[in-house]
Design a protein around this ligand. Structure first.
Ligand SMILES: [Zn+2]
Ligand SMILES: [Zn+2]
Length: 520
């Protein structure tokens, strides 16, 4: 006891010897930080303990991409609802430590959707319908490129069979269920993280409160009030172990999709969600849709699945430039565009010369028309492009590449040239003849410094740049139709004006106003 008191005294003297205030502060800072983080550590401990067994973790999912103000426990129905919060409010289960939400904050949330949400939902063409009768084996085959390599053909067959069985039981589109499974978990039944569990990445916190004794309760609105509804889900119990098994997970995925299908129009009557086209957005976000980005990714996978099921694209030969019929370079058209010709690049040092397709890494890239490959290689930087054997591309470090990354140039009829950039790999050789729709490579991130993976596409006719936004219109959704596109456009407009003004100033130096304090 005495010894420890002595040690403390010596330590205190040593501390006082440290001459400057700054150094004392810097020595004390870690201790203060440790004390301040104690509650958080305790919280983490609770979380770790809870995630071990079947009890829900404390943190609700899908609140992650949203900034702090959006994380407030949104109980939207409580504001104007005679029967209280909706049954499946995503955030209702979490602890309410945040301040109560105001109407103004809700309006704010609704008015500031993120990502590539469409500004005008009505302009998006209707999603293609699924065939009336789907075959399990063909569906399993269509799933191949979307599933992880570890998923066996046998597993895919079983998944396809269950998808067909349960989607017909709950009256939802089997292709939608398949797309959710492919996009959310890549068919990995054992996948689980803070977003969800299993094939459909089901968020248990979204549903478990409303699921009692094999009956799921939710609300549907008639003229004035929310009417309680029930859906019997008795085949499997809603447990973590069951959600990690394939069949029960597909069962619940189809069931919950059917509930959101019924609820979406009622939920959207109040303009609190980001604009979205499809009820699948609620499957991801809950009552309150923050962003239509995931919805679009799921629906794109659905269109791609349908194309694979049919064995041919829905949209082909609808565009023409210089007498050459063009297809979309990516599957599942129409696709969203995130960048257009003339955008700033390298902080205004150069101009964007093509369009950027919003896409995911590894997506197949196809030749837009018949033609001959004139370049399949690497941008080595300094405007030097060189051919490279496709098998050797993996040996080039991406950070050594110039801004174009791995790229392909194809010359078509009438001196029309198409260019595909930032590929992760390609499978063609210079001089090779390719046909329209032939697989030439895969979407990647080579040469990109900041943006997520995307396909950069260019068209040239007799050495003159062609705007693909006009040439490929039937396959595209231009950025002017998305919120992000609008935001980027205004930002660029502002930069352009600033640059122009700066240039003017340099050319015509204005006379400085007279100094009011100077003696005349
Ligand atoms: Zn909705
Ligand atoms: Zn680009």
């Amino acid at each position: 006891m005495r010894a420890s008191a002595n040690t403390a005294r010596v330590a205190w003297r040593l501390f006082l010897r440290v001459s400057t205030v700054e150094r004392r502060v810097s020595l004390l800072a870690p201790l203060v930080a440790l004390l301040a983080s104690a509650p958080a550590l305790a919280q983490q401990h609770v979380r770790a303990r809870w995630t071990d067994d079947s009890k829900p973790a404390v943190r609700p999912r899908r609140s992650l991409p949203w900034p702090a103000r959006g994380r407030v426990g949104i109980r939207i129905a409580a504001l104007d609802d005679p029967i209280g919060p909706l049954a499946n409010d995503a955030t209702a289960t979490g602890p309410r430590r945040d301040p109560p939400i105001t109407r103004a904050a809700l309006r704010d949330l609704g008015l500031r959707p993120r990502g590539l949400a469409l500004t005008d939902i009505g302009r998006w063409p209707a999603e293609p319908a699924s065939p009336d009768k789907l075959e399990g084996s063909k569906l399993a085959a269509a799933l191949v490129p979307f599933c992880d390599l570890s998923v066996s053909a046998d597993q895919r067959q079983r998944y396809a069979r269950w998808i067909l069985r349960y989607s017909s039981e709950f009256g939802v589109d089997p292709m939608l269920v398949a797309a959710v499974i492919a996009q959310q978990s890549r068919c990995l039944a054992q996948l689980h993280n803070s977003y969800g569990i299993g094939l459909g990445m089901i968020n248990p916190h979204m549903y478990r409160r409303s699921l009692r004794k094999g009956s799921y309760s939710y609300g549907v609105r008639d003229a004035q009030r929310w009417r309680p509804q029930r859906l019997a889900l008795e085949r499997f119990s809603f447990s973590r172990a069951n959600l990690l098994a394939a069949e029960p997970n597909i069962y619940f995925t189809a069931a919950f999709l059917s509930v959101w299908k019924r609820q979406c129009p009622d939920l959207d009557r109040a303009p609190r969600s980001a604009p979205h086209r499809h009820f699948v957005a609620h499957y991801v976000w809950g009552d309150h849709v923050h962003d239509a980005g995931v919805e679009d990714r799921i629906l794109t996978v659905r269109r791609q699945l349908l194309e694979r099921y049919r064995g041919k694209p829905y949209m082909a030969g609808r565009a023409e430039v210089a007498g050459v019929a063009l297809d979309c370079p990516l599957d599942g058209a129409p696709r969203k565009i995130t960048g257009v010709i003339g955008d700033d690049r390298d902080f205004g040092r150069r101009r964007h010369t093509g369009i950027d397709f919003d896409s995911t890494r590894g997506e197949p890239v196809r030749a837009v028309a018949d033609g001959t490959v004139i370049l399949a290689g690497v941008d080595w930087g300094g405007n030097y492009l060189g051919n490279l054997n496709p098998h050797l591309t993996a040996m080039v470090r991406p950070e050594r590449m110039g801004p174009r990354g791995l790229l392909i140039k194809i010359e078509h009829q009438n001196k029309l040239v198409s260019i595909y950039m930032h590929l992760s790999a390609y499978s063609v050789w210079p001089g090779q003849y390719v046909t329209r729709g032939q697989l030439i490579g895969y979407v990647g991130r080579t040469g990109i410094k900041q943006s997520p993976p995307h396909l950069h596409f260019e068209l040239w006719h007799r050495g003159v740049l062609v705007d693909p936004l006009e040439a490929l219109t039937p396959y595209l959704f231009g950025p002017q139709e998305t919120y992000r596109g609008r935001r980027v456009a205004t930002l660029q407009q502002r930069r352009r004006t600033q640059r122009r003004d700066a240039g003017r100033k340099r050319r015509h130096p204005r006379l400085e106003p007279a100094d009011p304090f100077s003696v005349p």
